[in-house]
Write a protein that binds this ligand. Structure first.
Ligand code: NAD
Ligand code: UD1
Length: 336
């Protein structure tokens, strides 16, 4: 299949490109490189021994998108492109709504004009907001607590409405929990700009000596050791979820929504301990106050994706830690 991957130079996109190329798909990447480097795509090609086509295009640039769809017969779109920093979205809501929501709407318009109606979309567990119960299934209430999360929920709504109005649309909404780790080759991985917000890249940068210690946000949650629980899922499992979703849309068209997680939660201290074991490095940490907007516990009910797609996460926390460390130790400054 000829697949357009928006945001394909980014963290999850680049790992999904590997999976797509290894499965024999033809891959076209569109990315404006606002949060990534083209180097990731060079490495994807090195890793797979296969070529992909890259266009540096902003999704908001309608004319360039039309030109692309006019010249290449795209069959399906995997749509990763978006801004993803929760804190930044609170300060720059218009930027987030414009980039994420308007960008998706423009993409959908151009797709429809070219009769391309299959899309896999990167949603997020953040659409659930503070969960009432765990594990979280796909029918849990949707109440995101920040502009980033609300942009994801708005896009989900737009895409569902699109299908309601025009049954040619086939859409998979994938709600990722906490994607972590890297390709085991150590060639591609997560390369955040500036000081990382998320736990895994923060830990790996402490381990490599770029940051002095981890701050753990709260040890007074109602969990076994008081630190927050999350459902960490290996990025290669996440990538495989996308090819599974495409297969499902080809067999049974419609709109589907799936959680992508392992179904198992780990506390921050459990992650630190697993990482120390995998890397052989000590992670110095201090306990600080809770981070605004954080919930005590979040992990997925994965029964739907398991029963409908046969997808289950295959890699556990030790592999996530080992692969994250392998990437960071081989690329201390990420892509240069
Ligand atoms: P990332 O920032 O590494 O990748 C996103 C890519 O999109 C980047 O390469 C960026 O340059 C590109 N991009 C952004 N706006 C664009 C635009 N207007 N036009 C063209 N390209 C644009 O992020 P990621 O971690 O790979 O996440 C991919 C998707 O998954 C995002 O939509 C994100 O919101 C979603 N998601 C990520 C996580 C996570 O923990 N990483 C969790 C849930 C959902
Ligand atoms: C965060 C975002 C979420 C987004 C996801 C992926 C918030 C409130 N949530 O999820 O919307 O989809 O990232 O980008 O920002 N922790 C520390 N110290 C750190 C970093 C994190 O103790 O330096 C803790 C957190 O309190 C949490 C856990 O580690 O308990 C995981 O945090 P993180 O990796 O940021 O992911 P989420 O908060 O789940």
């Amino acid at each position: 299949m000829r697949i357009l991957v928006t945001g394909g130079a980014g963290y999850i996109g680049s790992h999904t490109c590997v999976e797509l190329l290894q499965q024999g798909h033809e891959v076209i990447v569109v990315d404006n490189l606002c949060n990534s480097k083209e180097d990731s795509l060079k490495r994807v090609q090195e890793l797979t021994g296969r070529k992909l086509t890259f266009f540096k295009i902003d999704l908001l640039d309608r004319k360039s998108l039309i030109d692309l769809f006019d010249t290449l017969s795209v069959e399906a779109v995997i749509h990763f492109a978006g801004l993803k920093s929760v804190g930044e979205s609170v300060n720059l809501p218009l930027r987030y709504y414009h980039n994420n929501v308007t960008g998706t709407m423009l993409l959908c318009e151009v797709m429809a004009e070219h009769n391309v109606t299959t899309m896999v979309f990167s949603s997020s567990a953040t659409v659930y907001g503070e969960p009432k119960t765990v594990p979280i299934d796909e029918n849990a209430p949707l109440a995101p607590t920040n502009p980033y999360g609300r942009s994801k929920l708005m896009i989900e709504t737009v895409l569902k409405d699109l299908h309601a109005a025009d049954k040619r649309w086939n859409i998979a909404l994938l709600r990722y929990f906490n994607p972590v780790g890297a390709h085991p080759s150590g060639l591609i991985g997560e390369s955040p700009q500036g000081i990382p917000n998320n736990l895994f890249p923060y830990i790996t940068q402490v381990a490599v000596g770029m940051l002095s210690k981890l701050s753990i946000f709260g040890d007074d949650y109602p969990t076994a050791d008081g630190t927050g629980i999350r459902d960490y899922v290996h990025v290669l499992d996440v990538a495989r979820g996308h090819t599974k979703a495409l297969e499902r849309l080809a067999e049974r068209p419609g709109v589907v929504t799936y959680n992508l997680g392992t179904g198992k939660g780990y506390t921050v201290l459990e992650v630190v301990s697993a990482f120390e074991k995998s890397s052989g490095r000590k992670i110095p940490y201090q306990i600080v106050s809770r981070r605004a907007g954080d919930s005590a516990e979040s992990y997925a009910d994965t029964s739907l994706i398991k029963s409908e797609l046969g997808w289950v996460a295959e890699k556990g926390i030790d592999e996530m830690c080992a692969d994250a460390w392998n990437w960071q130790s081989k690329n201390p400054r990420g892509y240069t």
